[in-house]
Write a protein that binds this ligand. Structure first.
Ligand SMILES: Nc1nc2c(c(=O)[nH]1)N[C@H]1C(S)=C(S)[C@@H](COP(=O)(O)OP(=O)(O)OC[C@H]3O[C@@H](n4cnc5c(=O)[nH]c(N)nc54)[C@H](O)[C@@H]3O)O[C@H]1N2
Ligand SMILES: Nc1nc2c(c(=O)[nH]1)N[C@H]1C(S)=C(S)[C@@H](COP(=O)(O)OP(=O)(O)OC[C@H]3O[C@@H](n4cnc5c(=O)[nH]c(N)nc54)[C@H](O)[C@@H]3O)O[C@H]1N2
Ligand code: SF4
Ligand SMILES: [Mo]
Length: 734
């Protein structure tokens, strides 16, 4: 006798009437999945699917990619430029010419009155590379403010800084294919299954095949920690101590790779002297990981033939962010795990084009990983752009986070915000509000008119988004991939590239500097500039990139001329001896003393506040908050709280609570879960006027990245739950 179903019910997908599929790269996270958008007979985007022959995602997409075609018709898009005298006045619709004239005139007015650098420009990791490059040329070559930075200071700055300190250059040395070769993986402060689901799928497949140990360092029992062999629930902000202790054990037991250290590094003596102080017992008292676990992990890592480390915001967003990255690099270098298959230190980047902005935006320097501090770099770029080299500043200006403090102090008077929303994403909202209120002029260029920062704008420019535009993006593994213009921006909204080119015309009346109109031509200009640099893309063009479903840099003109095919994945940096980018070709081993400067829980504020992300939402939710199938999973702010802590406070599941820090308060729903320890709550930062009203955001001394993950709060019970629900709703703009 047969039990259960005897016939399988085939899954029936509704026919969306797709007549044509158009190629793009997903515009959410830095995994860089190749995606196709299906258009119906009327040319309307009606479906999304993964591209089967793309090496990155092999036909798969996550929850965000699957519904990405719905973006084009979401609510809240800006359809006309808007202007007003003061941010408290009502908006008036205006035409593009008047809007762009005003932007030009205000920039020059502020600069003439308060000095060149009193006008700041803040960009993003969420545009296309050709757009970054054009904005960089406009800012560095014509506008001339040095206070030009990106939201990547909130995100990747520590990784950039740590890579530069260790290896002499930015640029993650590994790739996804390393999962196929590694014998041990440590993931530091990264929740891969939720934040980079398709990278996780690659890791999981490799791990199921080969069973290498997975070690996760995270104060929460994340989805990744649940799947790990060893989970180290570290005390927040103390990763550097654990790294020092791991190195202590490796040296004490002679597990280091002497030959690699000798041939490729400098600084071993100073490093050893510092880690000598961090025996596992001493370290365990600071970082909360017991001495046995420290020893086991150190041996497992050092004895693996190839071992890799990945990390994300649990490391970068800390007052020891840059040091944490250096610590990871130290561990990799002393065990010879750089530049070999399965042996690497791979920063998992964040936004879709966080890498592209590092390479080409000129935010912290000049294009192609060139520096303002190097006279030859200034000369080279000035000649190429046809501008005066003396016009360039001789060192980098303020980081994004310092720009807000300068606004507060009245040093910065004007601001152009492009595709970033500081009123939701910067720490300590009350301070950001004070800073924004003081501006003489603020222009917001965003695809959504309801982005909260627009509240303080005098001028609003409606940009296009994602595949309403043409260009490329670079993912975590340095793979450049193509985005095709599939839809047109709504109403009078225009692609950001169009906007930059029209602004450039106003600063470039004599036509001295060339601003190509087509993204494909801009790419060729970048390719030319990249020759001989670390990120050499001179062998690529738009068509080849699309045909290959993305190409990893470097791929040079010479390789192409020789008939060498573009790498199909598996491309690594620093594969040859002494090929690091410090002058002597060696990597630096850097000692990392630990200073405990974080705000820590005390009697008044007894809980750690840890903030981060959910799979279904993207940052400030301007996009995912309006897509039903994303928003429905978590339409309101909530905290993960330990069930024992909730019981002790008399809080039941689903009740609203008030969180209070030294900066402000916020309302969220309590969701008791064993994912968090007794003394810590986790609050997603996706909701406006919530997490960042509470955060302190102390800055890393090297990268100026905020410590979003270490603040202290207390939790208050709310008697009137109806009023709390109403308030929570009102505080969200959508
Ligand atoms: N769905 C979705 N995906 C995204 C994004 C999104 O908004 N939504 N954003 C993208 C962007 S820009 C980024 S930067 C990435 C971020 O990706 P992740 O960094 O993976 O995400 P987060 O949730 O910010 O933080 C990761 C983990 O750090 C842990 N953590 C907190 N404090 C510490 C600590 O002191 N030490 C250690 N070791 N760990 C700690 C947290 O508990 C959390 O689980 O995600 C990208 N992908
Ligand atoms: N508490 C806490 N705060 C955090 C973090 C955290 O973990 N905890 N993480 C930090 C990190 S890692 C990051 S990366 C930041 C992100 O911070 P933000 O950059 O502020 O995040 P988004 O909400 O993605 O903002 C992007 C804005 O650009 C708009 N936009 C999107 N695409 C386009 C486009 O193509 N053109 C134009 N013109 N506009 C566009 C969107 O509508 C949105 O308003 O948040 C940081 N803030
Ligand atoms: S994993 Fe990232 S790139 Fe891939 S579909 Fe999801 S959000 Fe897009
Ligand atoms: Mo990020």
């Amino acid at each position: 006798m047969l039990f259960g179903r005897t016939k399988k019910n085939p899954i029936r997908l509704p026919d969306k009437g797709v007549v044509k599929w158009e190629y793009a790269t997903c515009g959410y996270c830095s995994t860089g999945c190749s995606i196709e958008v299906g258009l119906d007979a009327e040319g309307r985007p009606v479906a999304s699917r993964g591209v089967a022959d793309a090496d990155v995602n092999r036909g798969k997409l996550c929850l965000k990619g699957i519904f990405e075609h719905e973006l084009f018709t979401t609510a809240g898009r800006g359809t006309r430029p808007l202007t007003r005298g003061h941010w408290q006045e009502p908006w008036q619709a205006t035409d593009w010419d008047s809007a762009l004239d005003r932007l030009h005139d205000e920039i020059r007015r502020v600069q003439e009155r308060h000095g060149r650098d009193s006008f700041a420009i803040i960009s993003t990791g969420q545009m296309l590379t050709e757009e970054f490059y054009t904005l960089g040329k406009l800012t560095r070559g014509l506008i001339g403010t040095n206070n030009y930075d990106g939201n990547t200071t909130l995100c990747m700055a520590s990784a950039v800084s740590g890579y530069k300190r260790s290896f002499g250059s930015d640029g993650p040395p590994g790739c996804y294919e390393d999962f196929e070769h590694t014998d041990c993986l440590i993931a530091w402060g990264s929740n891969l299954p939720e934040q980079h689901p398709i990278i996780y799928w690659r890791l999981k497949e490799a791990q199921e095949r080969r069973g290498f140990p997975l070690i996760v360092v995270d104060p929460r029992v994340t989805m990744l920690a649940q799947n790990a062999h060893i989970h180290l629930p570290i005390r927040p902000g103390t990763d550097v101590v654990l790294m020092n202790a791991l190195m202590h054990v490796i040296f004490a037991e002679g597990l280091q790779d002497e030959a690699y250290i000798e041939a490729n590094t400098t600084g071993i003596d100073a490093l050893r002297a510092e880690v000598d102080r961090w025996d596992p017992i001493t370290a365990s008292k600071v970082c909360g990981i017991d001495e046995d676990s420290i020893r086991v992990v150190a041996r497992t890592f050092a004895q693996a033939p190839a071992a890799m480390q990945i990390w994300t915001m649990g490391i970068n967003q800390s007052t020891h962010g840059s040091d944490g990255v250096v610590g990871i690099n130290n561990l990799a270098l002393i065990t010879g795990n750089i530049g070999k298959p399965g042996g690497t230190s791979l920063s998992i980047t964040g936004q879709c084009n966080a890498m592209g902005t590092r390479e080409w935006s000129s935010c912290s320097g000049l294009p192609g990983f060139r520096y303002l501090e190097v006279p030859e770099h200034r000369e080279e770029i000035a000649r190429f752009w046809n501008v005066d080299p003396e016009f360039f500043p001789k060192k980098r200006g303020m980081f994004q986070t310092d720009i807000y403090q300068a606004m507060e102090a009245g040093q910065i008077k004007g601001l152009w915000l492009i595709a970033t929303n500081p009123m939701t994403s910067l720490p300590n909202t009350a301070r950001i509000r004070r800073a924004m209120e003081q501006l003489e002029f603020c222009c917001v260029q965003d695809c959504y008119v309801d982005a909260e920062s627009n509240q303080y704008a005098h001028l609003y420019l409606p940009g296009g988004t994602w595949a309403e535009k043409d260009g490329v993006m670079t993912n975590t593994e340095r793979r450049i991939n193509r985005v095709r213009p599939i839809a047109t921006p709504p109403g009078e909204a225009r692609p950001d590239l169009w906007i930059f080119n029209r602004v450039a015309e106003r600063f470039n009346r004599d036509g001295r500097v060339r601003f190509p109109e087509r993204a494909a031509d801009i790419f060729l200009e970048m390719a030319e500039l990249s020759k001989g640099r670390l990120a050499d893309i001179s062998g690529m063009d738009h068509d080849l990139i699309e045909a290959q479903r993305g190409i990893q840099w470097p791929y040079t003109a010479e390789q192409r001329a020789r008939g060498e095919a573009p790498p199909k994945g598996g491309k690594r940096l620093y594969t040859e001896e002494a090929s690091f980018r410090h002058a002597d070709g060696k990597a630096k081993l850097i000692p990392l003393p630990f200073v405990d400067n974080n705000e820590v829980p005390d009697a008044d504020y007894p809980f750690w506040l840890n903030t981060g992300r959910l799979i279904e939402h993207w940052h400030g939710r301007t996009k995912t908050g309006k897509i039903g199938n994303n928003n429905k999973f978590s339409p309101i702010p909530f905290i993960e709280i330990n069930p024992d802590a909730a019981a002790e406070l008399g809080i039941r599941r689903g009740e609203y609570v008030r969180l209070v820090s030294r900066r402000g308060d916020a309302i969220a729903m309590a969701m008791p879960t064993g994912r968090v320890p007794r003394n810590l709550v986790f609050l997603p930062f996706h909701f406006h006027d919530c997490a960042n009203r509470l955060t302190l955001g102390l800055l890393d001394p090297h990268s100026r990245q905020p410590a979003y993950k270490q603040s202290a709060v207390r939790i208050e019970v709310i008697a009137d739950q109806r009023a709390a629900a109403r308030l929570s709703r009102e505080m969200r703009s959508f």
